[in-house]
Structures are given as structure tokens and as C-alpha cells.
Design a protein around this ligand. Sequence first.
Ligand SMILES: Cc1cc2nc3c(=O)[nH]c(=O)nc-3n(C[C@H](O)[C@H](O)[C@H](O)COP(=O)(O)OP(=O)(O)OC[C@H]3O[C@@H](n4cnc5c(N)ncnc54)[C@H](O)[C@@H]3O)c2cc1C
Length: 462
Amino acid sequence: MANDASTVFDLVILGGGSGGYAAALRAAQLGLDVALIEKNKLGGTCLHQGCIPTKALLHAGEIADQARESEQFGVKATFEGIDIAAVLKYKDDVISGLYKGLQGLVASRKVTYIEGEGRLSSPTSVDVNGQRIEGRHVLLATGSVPRSLPGLTIDGNRIISSDHALVLDRVPKSAIILGGGVIGVEFASAWKSFGTDVTIVEGLPHLVPVEDENSSKLLERAFRKRGIKFNLGTFFQSAEYTADGVKVTLADGKTFEGEVLLVAIGRGPVSQNLGYEEQGVAIDRGYVLVDEYMRTNVPTISAVGDLVPTLQLAHVGFAEGILVAERLAGLKTVPIDYDGVPRVTYCHPEVASVGITEAKAKEVYGADKVVTLKYNLAGNGRSKILKTSGEVKLVQVRDGAVVGVHMVGDRMGEQVGEAQLIYNWEALPAEVAQLIHAHPTQSEALGEAHLALAGKPLHSHD
Ligand SMILES: Cc1cc2nc3c(=O)[nH]c(=O)nc-3n(C[C@H](O)[C@H](O)[C@H](O)COP(=O)(O)OP(=O)(O)OC[C@H]3O[C@@H](n4cnc5c(N)ncnc54)[C@H](O)[C@@H]3O)c2cc1C
């Protein structure tokens, strides 16, 4: 292949999703000469098939619920139904506005943006559109795609992935959702709000199984109340088409039928046939292996985002991309504390957390060293006004810092900003108790929980 480029970039990035474009923007800001190669759309999964479109659907669902429940607030409104074409247009308008903004940002930072499917061709180059793009360093950021199970073929019509669910031009009458993790429960929530009869099938004992068990139980209670059905603790065995839908059979023989089956069992890294292994990049089960500075075993190659075995979140991709850019620009960088990454599941009610679970804390510090406190949102004025219920649970190392904050309740995702400061600054309960929270806000629930943990509860019992 001809190397017609006299330019050798400081950094060549393969993949323009959260991880790749964040690295490009930061590296360019630091004066590096950057090429960013993207085969589809700048912004990647998060902007086009992930964070943003799902939250738009969830918001439309919230409005539908509010219309249905308006009488509880003394407001006369009637819910007439979902105009799915209009919902999709609203979602697409949100995406296209952000997409334009991002394209402008990348152009304004003077990043060389190359549209095309790239392939790693040496430890310092990527081939794309018949051209060899040379760099002093290469960043792999090719992300992830929906996974399926052996024998379960995603047909895009009745057996679908989240990519299909986001463009579905109808509200299914009924849906089986395989997987009760973040993506599964978010779709369950949105579809239920749209009027779908939803059943989640999760092989592990709880919904959102990586969260603190208390959060899972609160979510399960709330979903039960909303009429979202779920079957826990038994794994999927098979799926077959019926006359007008899909039948799912579990390992214990139980069956469930729905108009569609959404497969939401996780996402797998995009690393095959891209030249990674040929160039000697170490890979484990498809994931590119990196150290805490996002360096692969090949000195000129780094990797970030869903492609590496860290938390699959957009803001993790941003942080990893920024870390690589700053390291290459010669700035001092520190490894990411992944426990300190805030996590939000945007279903109704929301589940938000940072730090470690009670079970993990007991493992790490010993059961006798771990103190927990639960503050019920029933005592929080703002939550009462919103008619939401839930809890803030704190996990503290006895006489030490708060190492876990776990929250459930509508809009509690917005409180994770403060929670992550508490965790990441290793705040003591007494220090947080000293800070004044505005009344009436849901942030007070965090304040009150810390007041209680510091031994001076205000709106809760001793
Ligand atoms: C339904 C859903 C909801 C989600 N909700 C949230 C949320 O609320 N909050 C959150 O933090 N995260 C959420 N995520 C996760 C988030 O979207 C990902 O963690 C994030 O997009 C990962 O960024 P990335 O850059 O690693 O990969 P991606 O965003 O997948 O980007 C990789 C890019 O590389 C490109 N590419 C791949 N191969 C090539 C090639 N050979 N040549 C050129 N380009 C290539 C792809 O086209 C893609 O644009 C959600 C994901 C899904 C699926």
C-alpha cells in the first residue's frame, strides 16, 4: 500500500466514539497533530445507539406516565397514546443537534477527521481508504457491539438488539427482555411507560446484579408495583418463533411469550480482523489488554473504551481517552480509580451509585469494620412532592471514609455528582454533615444520610 502521506501524525486514533473522540479533542488541545478515523458516525455508540437515544425514549416514557398519573397531582390530563414516529423524531432531533455540535468541535480543534473503515497495519499505522496513515502513536478505540448467545440469532425484527429497539417503528404489545442489567431494565422501563407488557428474564438472582443488593431489591419492588414482570435466577435455554412472536424457554422449562425478544445480555469488544493480533497486541476474549495507563503490550499502541476490559460507560471512555492524550503530551497522569466512577441506570425509578457495595466492602475491610446507613426518601420533602420512593444507602469503613453510596428513586441519578465527590475526596460523614444542602431538594437526602451517619440525624429517627 502506498504511503502517500508525508505527514506523520503524533496520534492516529481508530474509532470516533466516546473514547476515541475524547482523546482526539484533548490531544489536539495539547498541541498534538491528530488523525481520527471513523467508519460510521462521529460520536459512536453513546451518541447514536446508546446513552442519548435511550434517555430520550425514557424521558418520553416519563411524560406518558405523568400524563396517566396527572390526577394524583390534581391536574386533569388524558393520556391518549404514543405516537412512536414523533417519539423517534424527538429522539433523532436530540441526536442530530449533539452530532452537529460534536462535528463542529472536532473541526475547530483541527483534528484531521477521516471517514472510512480502518485496519491496524503496523505498530505505527492504520490503513484506511487505500491510504496508510502514519503516526508516532496509535490509539485503538473501536468500541463494542451487542452480544448474543450461541443458537440465538438476532434477526432485527422479532429477535432484536438495543440497536434495533431504538429505531423500532412500533410499540410492541408485549416484550421479553433477556438480561436484567442496565440496558435491559432501561428498555423495560421505557416500554412499560409506552404501554408494552414487559417480562425480564435474568439468570442471576437480581435485576441490576452488579449494584448493591439493597438497590436491586428496591428496584424490583418498584418494577413489581409498575407491573413490569421479571423472572430471576434461571438461565435462558432457547428461543423459537411462534405465529406472531417469540417463545423463550428457560433452563427449568418455564416459557415466556412476547411479540419481540430484546437480547440485552451485554456487549462484546470490536477487535476481530482489524490487524490487532497480527501486530502483536495482546487480547483476551476479544478485549485488548492494557495497563493502568491504557498502554497495550506494544509500546506505540494504546487502547481505551469498551474495547478494553474496564467499565463499559461513556464517561469511562472519555476519561481513558483524556488520560492517553495527556500522557502522550507529556503531562503527569494518574490511573483511574474505577470504583470512583459514578454509575446511573436511568429507569423509573433511577438507580445510582459510586464506590463499592456493602458485600465488597465486607470482603475488603472485614465485616466488623463496615457500617451502613439507609435513609428513606419518605423523609425527603422533594421526593414526597414528586411521589417517588427509594433510599440512599451509605457504606462506611468504621470511623473512616464513606466508600459506597447507593441510591434509588426518581431523579436520584442527578445526585450522583455529589456522591462521587464524597467518595473520591474520601470524605468523612462528619465532614459531609457540615455541608448545607438546599431545602427542599433531593440532595438533602444525601446530606441527611450523612448527618445520621455522623450521629446527628435531623429528619430521621435515632
Ligand atoms: C443502549 C445503550 C445505552 C447506554 N447508555 C449509557 C449511559 O446512559 N451512560 C453511559 O455512560 N454509557 C452508556 N452506554 C455505553 C456507552 O455507549 C459506551 O460505553 C461508549 O459508547 C463506549 O465508547 P467507545 O468509544 O469505547 O466505543 P463506541 O462508542 O462503540 O465507538 C467506537 C467507534 O469505533 C468505530 N469503529 C469500529 N471499528 C472501526 C474501524 N475498523 N474503522 C473505523 N471506525 C471503527 C465505530 O463505528 C464506533 O463509532 C450505553 C450503551 C448502550 C448500547
